[in-house]
Design a protein around this ligand. Structure first.
Ligand SMILES: Cc1ncc(COP(=O)(O)O)c(C=O)c1O
Length: 394
């Protein structure tokens, strides 16, 4: 923990990202001269309304949907809540069964638990040791009351990517068999800027996105809702966003979110090849350290920028503190659960021994990270682990 750090090394981009200058520049006029309320009638309001409309169009081009199918929200959590609680509420009398997985973000899991407490039935799908669901299990859980399936596109802790287009085919076939509609929601918060978000290719009816994971602003995101999907609003008030999400639009946030999404989506190939190199280098470097570890991120079908490693015989927190002292910022599991010492629900669901799971560190990279930083990280990790083992022996 005495290494001279060249600078701060931020490798927690799955928790949040720094905002791009172009995004900030695009937002600034909507905090100042273009401050109008998009719902008002006069000309400065029209400028704000045009900016929201243009942003909606930009987002819809990336998702391959209609602009009217995009609802701006306060981010991934609200979008997940809205998709799940909104559809469940609208379909309570015709289908009170929902399906999700055991490895979803808490924005999905807690929404599902809330529904369970009011009488809905929820099936939580198992995952294998790499975090993939079993498509046969999914098929077997769909019944004549199933109205909604919510499965994340990419996991925030391990980077595991689910096969949404297969999931959707299975669900739609079953829906035909039961002569009912089954809607598919995906949390694509971590997938944006890394994977294609074409909702038609993926076969999804709803998709959640968030600004701050893609070098955009915090507190803004969107939910794609396919035309015709019954959904009850969860935020009530002035009826903005076509009566679906009340509240005066966060104009600068919406402008920033759409700008960040356009840039991230355009640059995703460069991003993926850059991060792939960094992750490969780290995997290679780790082979030479003298401590035991398990990499829980799958080598195939995982995000390019996430590597989750469980260090045997160590706890994540002291490792993070040691890395922090060298100017390296990473996380143990997801940012929202890192305040608790409980092993991550994702890793436990993957069948990882809780004793190993508490030694998990998630590294998540961006274009700003370099190969030199990977070398520095490896050296720092070795020295932190060595100091922690010495302390444990005392
Ligand atoms: C997969 C996933 N879903 C949802 C969220 C919540 O997004 P937000 O922070 O925008 O509410 C996050 C953020 O940690 C996430 O990683």
């Amino acid at each position: 923990m005495t290494l001279d750090s060249p600078k701060e090394i931020y490798i927690d981009n799955a928790a949040t990202t720094s905002m791009r200058k172009e995004v900030l520049d695009a937002m600034i006029p909507y905090f100042s001269e273009n401050y109008g309320n998009p719902s008002s009638l006069y000309s400065i309001a029209q400028i704000a309304r045009d900016a929201v409309d243009e942003s909606r169009e930009n987002v819809s081009n990336i998702l391959n949907c209609r602009p009217s199918e995009i609802i701006f929200t306060s981010g991934g959590t609200e979008s997940d809540n809205m998709a799940i609680i909104g559809v469940a509420k609208a379909l309570k009398d015709t289908g009170n069964h929902l399906i999700t997985t055991k490895i979803e973000h808490h924005a999905v899991i807690h929404a599902m638990e809330e529904l369970e407490s009011t009488g809905y039935k929820v099936s939580y799908l198992n995952v294998d040791e790499e975090g993939f669901i079993n498509l046969e299990e999914l098929e077997s859980k769909i019944n004549s009351n199933t109205s909604l399936i919510s499965i994340m596109l990419a996991n925030n802790e391990t980077g595991t990517i689910q096969n949404l287009s297969e999931i959707s085919k299975i669900a739609k076939n079953k829906a035909k068999q039961f002569e009912r509609e089954i809607y598919i929601h995906t949390d694509a918060v971590q997938a944006a800027g890394k994977l294609d978000l074409d909702v038609k290719e993926l076969g999804v009816d709803m998709m959640s996105l968030s600004g701050h994971k893609i070098k955009g602003p915090k507190g803004v995101g969107c939910l794609y809702i396919k035309k015709g999907i019954p959904i009850a609003p969860i935020i009530l008030g002035g009826g903005q966003e076509r009566q679906r999400r009340s509240g005066t639009e966060n104009v600068p946030g919406i402008v920033g979110f759409s700008k960040a999404l356009v840039l991230a989506d355009n640059e995703k190939n460069t991003f993926n090849s850059h991060c792939k190199k960094l992750v490969e280098e780290l995997r290679l470097n780790l082979k030479n350290i003298k401590y035991e570890y398990d990499i829980v991120t799958p080598t195939k079908n995982s995000l390019s920028n996430i590597l989750n490693i469980c260090f045997k015989g160590f706890e994540g927190e002291p490792i993070l503190i040691g890395l922090d002292m060298d100017g390296i910022f990473a996380s143990s599991g997801s940012a929202c659960s890192s305040a608790s010492l409980e092993p991550s629900h994702v890793l436990i669901s993957m069948g990882i021994d809780p004793k190993l799971a508490i030694g998990s560190i998630r590294f998540s990279f961006s274009m700003e990270n370099t190969l030199d930083e990977i070398q520095f990280l490896t050296n720092s990790l070795e020295s932190v682990l060595s100091e922690l083992s010495l302390l444990a022996q005392r």
